[in-house]
Design a protein around this ligand. Structure first.
Ligand SMILES: CC(C)(COP(=O)(O)OP(=O)(O)OC[C@H]1O[C@@H](n2cnc3c(N)ncnc32)[C@H](O)[C@@H]1OP(=O)(O)O)[C@@H](O)C(=O)NCCC(=O)NCCS
Length: 208
């Protein structure tokens, strides 16, 4: 029987490992993880991380305790969110690594992960289930859409907008005031100098 303070991690792969590490540093009690693979990577990280069942939507129902989505793949994350949005139950929780920096004037939704070294600066807003990964910088007044992923080392200048379900790849740079649509992939190391429409893949310097 789960205790009242226990949390559930949805996704037991590489990103699940990172989220579990941060949760432990925060002193949270991890009840276990959901994954379609009982032998997912998280199972080998620590005997404390026990497999609790399949991902919602395949065989299992909605989580019965606070949860965080820790799959890395944005499409797989969206599929789980679609299932969970139709169910009532405990709310998702934010896991903000103790070495992340979040401005007191930033506005965070629910189910957000911020990794070690991430910075979410003044008056930025981050919608539900977004990932601000290790060392990523979200400058002042940025708006990050639901389930977007700002990958490790990516840097967004001030007042950048990132649409939902968009990946900003490893180490990419986005110039201030740029708007990137939803469902985009920004390649690792790209420098984005113009607005990007929904559903685009952009790579290179400057990004094309
Ligand atoms: C840009 C990206 C989406 C392209 O993926 P893809 O369509 O599968 O591309 P491919 O690997 O087939 O490569 C196609 C071409 O693009 C080049 N390319 C791939 N990624 C590139 C990048 N980031 N920047 C510049 N060129 C890139 C390849 O060298 C190849 O060039 P060629 O045709 O001259 O040989 C992908 O490489 C990428 O950067 N994804 C982001 C990954 C990431 O940061 N994830 C976060 C993990 S936490």
């Amino acid at each position: 029987m789960a205790g009242p303070s226990e949390i559930l991690i949805i996704g037991g792969g590489g990103h699940g490992r990172v989220v579990a590490d941060a949760a432990e540093l925060l002193g949270l009690d991890i009840e276990g993880f959901l994954d379609d693979h009982r032998e997912a990577q998280l199972a080998t990280q620590s005997p404390r991380f026990t497999w609790q069942g399949a991902l919602p939507g395949s065989r299992a129902g909605a989580p019965d305790r606070p949860w965080i989505l820790a799959l890395g793949d944005l499409k797989a994350r969206r599929a789980v969110l679609t299932v969970l949005s139709a169910s009532a139950g405990p709310l998702p929780i934010n896991i903000i690594h103790p070495r992340a920096i979040v401005s007191p004037s930033a506005c965070l939704g629910l189910g957000i992960f911020a990794g070690p070294g991430a910075i979410i600066h003044a008056c930025a807003s981050v919608e539900h289930h977004a990932i601000i990964n290790s060392g990523a910088i979200v400058e002042h007044d940025c708006a990050i859409g639901e389930n977007a992923h700002i990958a490790p080392g990516a840097v967004l200048g001030g007042n950048v907008t990132i649409g939902p379900d968009t990946l900003v790849g490893l180490g990419a740079r986005v110039l201030p005031n740029i708007r990137i649509g939803g469902g985009c992939i920004i390649g690792a190391g790209a420098v984005i100098v113009r607005n990007v429409p929904d559903g685009s893949t952009v790579k290179g310097v400057p990004g094309r």
